[in-house]
Design a protein around this ligand. Structure first.
Ligand code: NOJ
Length: 549
């Protein structure tokens, strides 16, 4: 690998990565399912030369591969194909070409821990104990008493083992029985997965999001977990403790091997791991403390915050404090497994104001920013009647009205107030959000105070202001209760970010600066308003200020 190419600035270091839940983004053929030609139609919305576009740098596509859909694409039956519902390889190639013209990178979801039970590899593996591919999955005899080999639990509930009666052995599935775990200890399986990433890199992909990364690291002897804690979290993605079913240190060797493969032609590519509940050592390792591994590990800390300035500040700083020097931090407020942020913190009716405030926080912080389709217009969780639930977490839920699973955050993108919300001319695969009349792109494009206008202006500010791009972060302690105040200082420019998380006004001294001008605000203020000595913030107001002499 030439050191020259690796010395160039990495495109993701200050990027905005937009997650597209492909099935729900844009349907182009009226079957009610989002698809690749639909994404092509919306590239201009995502980025073009005008100030009317969002200005993102990359799209992360949820799985587009053929799948029997037990876990809506996270059960892959062919790693190098496109599910016909989403289009064809030709459509993918066109997307890659057109995305490049729009200067948008493509990041694919790589479901590396498990395949579908319909994948030919698994069919072959289960066909007999002598199969060459038997060891590509995790098989084990029953215990002498005749039960599952150990006490591991599946993330979606119940034992992580299913008996295959014809061969008399159990296979492991950390998720659904229809998602058998691949055996990353097997070198030929790893080689086959390397060939998968090569295939997509040759088709123009710039990186991968590694689904459920921690689960590839299993105890070599498949020993019991010592105790099993109840599953936690809003989406059923809880885990068992202490963990022998995940995070085994050997996985870092396999991740470094994968890093080597994705960079083998001398271009450093983007890899982001999905791992919950990371400790500091694991964060450091993933970010390269022992050699190139991930470009970053998806940061879930902000998603778990309670509504208080201190909670957000702690989350930001605890993550970045554990990074080795030179590593890129990242933030996210939403993804396809979590209730949408406005719904999460909006029970008192102030969700929209809060979402504006944390959007300002997110875009003013160093590093990469992940946003989830619809977040930029302020989409809420949809309401899913029990008979329309598709997500396996919802289907397994005992109280489907109370816990419908993850479909609420996956409802179709709200493009307009017209029929099908501009998403489809047919019947959408999931119910449209009931807010589509008021919360949609077409409407918000024209409203200066809309969420979309705020997102566009914050993304643009982040690219045009040097301090927001590369400035050092420093937070201030001596601030009124429930205010988060920090600066970004690039040497030639300093900006101050003042965020009032309180439901009452706050007066915040602007440090040693005598005066400053407002660059951006979550509320209406006069353009480039001049501030002297202290800034008065309204409830849930945030501002970005620039020093002025
Ligand atoms: C994590 C993904 O984000 C989630 O949607 C999926 O169900 C599991 N991994 C299993 O692949």
């Amino acid at each position: 690998m030439s050191s020259d190419s690796l010395a160039k600035p990495r495109w993701w270091e200050h990027s905005v990565i937009y997650e597209i839940y492909v099935r729900s983004f844009q349907d182009s053929n009226g079957d009610g399912i989002g698809d690749l030609p639909g994404i092509i139609q919306r590239l201009d919305y995502l980025r073009n030369d005008t100030s009317d576009s969002l200005g993102i740098d990359a799209i992360w596509l949820t799985p587009i591969y053929p799948s029997p859909l037990y876990d809506y694409g996270y059960d892959v039956s062919d790693y190098t194909g496109i599910d016909p519902a989403y289009g064809s390889l030709d459509d993918f190639d066109r997307l890659a070409r057109e995305a490049e013209q729009h200067e948008i990178k493509i990041v694919l979801d790589f479901v590396l821990n498990h395949s579908s039970h319909m994948h030919p590899w698994f069919l072959e593996s289960r066909s007999n104990k002598q199969s060459d591919r038997r060891d590509w999955y995790v098989w084990k005899d029953p215990t002498p008493e005749g039960g599952p080999p150990n006490n591991w639990q599946s993330v979606f509930g119940g034992p992580a083992w299913t008996l295959d009666e014809p061969t008399g052995q159990y296979y492991l599935h950390s998720f659904l029985p229809q998602q058998p775990d691949l055996n990353w200890r097997n070198p030929s399986l790893r080689k086959a997965m390397h060939d998968v990433v090569r295939f997509w890199i040759q088709r123009g992909v710039s990186g991968f999001r590694l689904d459920a990364t921690a689960f590839i690291g299993k105890d070599a002897q498949l020993r019991d977990n010592l105790a099993v804690a109840p599953t936690s979290g809003t989406s059923g993605l809880g885990v068992s403790y202490p963990l022998r079913n995940m995070n085994h240190p050997d996985m870092h060797d396999w991740l470094r091997e994968l890093r080597h493969v994705v960079d083998e032609d001398g271009i450093e590519r983007f890899l982001v791991s999905e791992i919950y509940d990371l400790d500091d050592d694991a964060i450091a390792l993933l970010h390269g403390s022992e050699g190139p591994e991930m470009s970053m590990s998806f940061n879930f800390e902000l998603i778990g915050c309670s509504w208080h300035a201190e909670s957000y500040r702690n989350a930001v700083e605890s993550f970045s404090d554990s990074l080795p020097s030179g590593a890129t931090p990242n933030t996210a407020l939403n993804n396809h497994d979590q209730s949408r942020s406005i719904s999460r913190f909006g029970a008192d009716g102030c969700g929209r104001e809060r979402a504006r405030l944390v959007a300002m926080l997110q875009f003013a912080l160093p590093g990469a920013t992940f946003i989830y389709y619809g977040e930029e217009i302020g989409m809420l969780d949809g309401v899913i009647p029990p008979d329309r639930i598709r997500d396996p977490v919802g289907l397994r839920s005992l109280d489907k009205a109370l816990n419908p699973g993850r479909d609420p955050e996956r409802t179709p993108m709200q493009w307009s107030s017209g029929l099908g919300a501009g998403f489809t001319t047919g019947e959408a695969w999931l119910p449209l959000g009931s807010t589509a009349q008021e919360i949609n792109v077409e409407l918000e494009c024209r409203v200066p105070e809309s969420m979309l206008t705020l997102y566009r202006s914050l993304i643009s500010l982040r690219t045009t202001q040097q301090a927001l791009r590369v400035g050092q972060y420093r937070a201030f302690d001596d601030v009124p209760d429930n205010v988060y105040l920090f600066e970004r200082d690039s040497g030639s420019q300093t900006v101050l970010v003042a965020l009032n998380f309180a439901s009452e006004p706050r007066k915040v001294p602007i440090q040693s600066w005598k005066s400053a001008v407002v660059l951006a605000c979550t509320h209406v203020r006069q353009e480039r308003e001049r501030i002297e000595g202290a800034i008065s913030l309204r409830p849930l107001e945030g501002v970005i200020l620039e020093h002025s002499s």
